[in-house]
Write a protein that binds this ligand. Structure first.
Ligand SMILES: [Zn+2]
Length: 435
């Protein structure tokens, strides 16, 4: 196994190099970064291929085949980032400064750090002469994740399934430590919620605004709806992922209201992260009514971001909407939906994660978590139903609260020590699973 110190140094160097490629998406411009990674992986003995859906935005696939047939492990990552406004930062977002034991820059958390750790682990193993005893190690480094994967993971899984087919995927989504009631916990992202956004419309009758009662104001009819959304929430519901998490926290998943109350008292920051895993969420974000200030609106529209647990869709969302807002007085129209997705929790892959954490951080536990949004794991779960996809990038220097604020935010940075930890994990993962 490659040494931790060496992995830390090399991952840090690679991350700094990757941050200096500006891959803000749009437009992405991932080509230079991908060519650079291809050179590294090829030099270590990987078979590499660049596949592009559009010019200048290739995806990189690197494979290291084993001596015999066996499981295929895919280390997944995206090389594009969201934008950064230098005015909000204390350093240049693309200078990759090393300061206070951290690498600073856009992508330091999401997710050039994980890409750097995955590539460093793979290259270090291959350079030492390691090859899978069985199966295959595959690195899939995608373009275009931040705007939905149309030219990246989605395109690869739909158009070139044979190039990326695998049995296990390790991607972004979780892995930062958090503490609850004296326990140290590391999340493993095993599921992602579905998105069923909708427009809620109220109706009335137009009229001149100078005489309020001449018409029937559709906008004021949104008031009770907004109030209900502000004061209430759909009832909690349990699924296997939060059940595992709540148990790992030492609480009883049999009484969700009591569990959330207990968490709220201990550490409200955790309650904020836990609640979205417990069922349907309804978040009003946009509103529109009359086009003119002196016309009473005949219709008013509220746009609501709604997320449902994996396996559910519009019908379930509507049940929760009616429960909170009543049956009458408004109309609901759903937009295009994204169905949630999940992988099983108890798998050999989870056992490997557990064994690593138990050794690295004695006494700490691993817990399943559900992402309220979605990542590239979704395309793999959809294309390959038997594939187990987890989001796991172990971090113990920076906890989940710190890290979550830096993701897509200003002064994004990551502790160097966590880069070594993550690279060690990916190296161990490859040697443990591919035999
Ligand atoms: Zn990401």
């Amino acid at each position: 196994m490659p040494e931790r110190e060496q992995l830390e140094r090399r991952t840090t160097e690679l991350l700094r190099r990757l941050i200096r490629f500006n891959t803000v998406n749009p437009p992405g411009d991932e080509e230079e970064a991908q060519e650079f990674l291809k050179g590294m992986l090829e030099g270590a003995g990987f078979d590499c291929e660049l596949l592009s859906s559009v010019p200048g935005r290739p995806n990189l696939i690197a494979r290291l085949p084993g001596a015999s047939d066996g499981p295929r492990l895919c280390l997944l990552g995206h090389v594009d980032t969201v934008l950064a406004d230098p005015a909000d930062w204390t350093v240049d977002p693309w200078s990759a400064e090393l300061r206070d034991g951290c690498v600073w820059g856009r992508g330091a958390v999401d997710m050039k750090s994980q890409v750097a750790a995955e590539v460093t682990a793979a290259v270090a193993l291959a350079e030492e002469g390691w090859r899978p005893e069985a199966g295959e190690l595959i690195l899939v480094l995608t373009a275009d994740e931040e705007t939905g994967g149309e030219h990246g993971a989605r395109w690869l899984c739909e158009q070139h399934p044979d190039k990326v087919r695998c049995d296990m995927v390790v991607n972004e989504g979780a892995g930062e430590v958090f503490e609850y009631d004296g326990r140290r916990l590391y999340g493993v992202c095993v599921a992602e919620k579905g998105v069923v956004r909708f427009d809620l419309t109220t109706h009335g009758r137009a009229g001149h605004a100078s005489m309020p009662r001449i018409g029937d104001n559709a906008l004021t009819k949104l008031a009770p709806v907004l109030e209900a959304l502000a004061d209430g929430r759909p009832s909690y519901e349990l699924s296997p992922e939060p059940e595992g998490l709540i148990r790992a926290m030492g609480l009883d998943p049999g009484d969700l209201d009591a569990a959330v109350r207990a968490v709220e008292e201990q550490d409200p920051r955790i309650a904020v992260l836990l609640e979205p895993m417990l069922g349907v969420t309804l978040t009003p974000t946009m509103v529109s009514a009359s086009q003119k200030i002196n016309v009473i609106p005949a219709r008013a529209e509220l746009r609501i971001d709604c997320r449902v647990p994996p396996g559910y869709g519009e019908e379930h969302a509507l049940k929760r909407i009616r429960e909170l807002l009543g049956d009458n007085g408004y109309e609901v129209k759903f937009g295009p939906a994204v169905v949630g997705n999940r992988s099983p929790i108890d798998t050999p892959l989870m056992d490997t994660v557990k064994a690593f954490i138990e050794r690295e951080d004695p006494g700490a536990r691993v817990a399943p978590v559900m992402l309220p949004g979605f990542s590239d794991s979704r395309w793999f779960r959809e294309a390959f139903p038997d594939c187990v996809a987890y989001g796991f990038f172990p971090q113990r220097e920076m906890d989940v609260f710190e890290s979550a604020q830096l993701m897509h935010g200003a002064d994004e940075r990551i502790p160097v020590a966590d880069l070594g930890l993550a690279a060690s994990f990916y190296a161990e993962l490859a040697t443990e699973t591919l035999r």
